[in-house]
Design a protein around this ligand. Structure first.
Ligand code: ATP
Ligand code: MG
Length: 307
């Protein structure tokens, strides 16, 4: 069953030169963790705001949990929860107050809300600070409070807009664990992130959005496999110029280090030449990170050509 279906969904903000969303078709199966990737300004938050009934699309349709997100917004709101990007804790409420409030506002009965709040606080390792002023918490702890607010609601579908921003590596994994556990209870989770390893570890399916359009979609594995012509990466540490490397594949150079995205044949040829020269290289399969840079970087180049 589908939890979300968008068709030709577009949004142009008032006075904007180009659309923030431009004909997006997207299916999310229920019970999945679905991730949206894309550069800053790609349109991810715009999509989530429309899907969570906070913003109206300019055209196209979007159905969430079988309800029209525009015409049946009120009914839909009861079935979804959202952690907005850049949400902030409120002075002088405690973490417990925050989580309780978010549950009570959804109409949950007090005793049940208290039980669930405690659980959400435990799950995100916030019990020690549960009753202190949120203002005293570090940025990462505040962010965990924000995620905790959405964790134990009765919503069938949860949107999380950059849930792991500002979290240390261990806290991020804590959040991943919780999202995976939530999924096991049958909920659908739609999130955005700029961490490719997170997308790779967590998602059943993902999309890459670029300038308001879906440019890649599928499982992390299939998205990587879709660029078979560049399924291998070769890091070249010395003895090659960028120009020379262009002959072997697509070169991404950052801070004087060259990474060549290429196919098996290209990697072999480059490997041979490197051995002859005594150069240091490292060969590995591409990661989602490479695929992202490849797909999105390519569209950037085209734009430069167009002027
Ligand atoms: N309220 C608004 N009014 C006008 N333009 C907006 C508004 N909100 C977003 N935009 C524009 O719409 C485009 C998409 O923005 P959006 O916030 O959806 O991107 P995003 O993918 O979430 O980016 P990020 O990764 O930085 O959060 C951008 O060009 C942005 O400037
Ligand atoms: Mg955003």
């Amino acid at each position: 069953m589908l939890a979300l279906q968008a068709r030709a969904l577009s949004k142009t903000y008032r006075k904007a030169k180009r659309p923030a969303l431009d004909g997006v078709d997207l299916d999310v199966a229920s019970g999945q963790i679905f991730t949206m990737l894309g550069r800053n300004g790609a349109g991810k938050t715009t999509f989530l705001r429309i899907a969570s009934t906070q913003l109206l699309p300019s055209s196209g349709s979007i159905t969430v949990l079988g309800l029209d997100a525009v015409k049946q917004a009120k009914e839909l709101r009861e079935k979804i929860a959202m952690t907005p990007q850049e949400a902030e804790t409120v002075y002088p409420l405690t973490p417990r107050d925050h989580v309780l409030l978010s549950l009570r506002m959804r109409g949950m009965e007090k005793a049940e809300a208290e039980k669930r709040a405690q659980r959400a606080l435990d799950d995100l390792e916030l019990s020690d600070v549960a009753d202190t002023n949120s203002d005293w918490l570090s940025g990462g702890l505040k962010q965990r409070v924000i995620v905790a607010m959405a964790l134990r609601t009765d919503a069938e579908l949860i949107y999380l807009d950059e849930p792991s921003i500002g979290l240390d590596p261990l806290s991020r994994r804590k959040v991943w664990d919780q999202l995976t556990l939530l999924k096991k209870t049958g909920k659908t989770i739609i999130l955005t992130t700029h961490y490719m390893d997170e997308a790779e570890a967590l998602s059943d399916n993902l999309v890459i959005i670029d300038k308001g359009k879906v440019v890649a979609s599928g499982t992390p594995r299939s998205v990587k496999a879709a660029v078979t012509s560049r399924a291998t990466r070769v890091d070249v540490f010395d003895k090659f110029t960028q120009n020379e490397l262009e002959a072997y594949g697509h070169v991404v150079s950052i801070a004087g280090r060259h990474r060549v995205l290429t196919d098996a044949d290209g990697a072999r040829k480059l490997g041979d030449t490197a051995v002859e020269r005594g150069a240091s290289i490292a060969i590995a399969p591409v990661t989602l990170d490479d695929v992202f840079v490849d797909i999105v970087g390519e569209s950037e180049k085209e734009e430069e050509h167009e002027g």
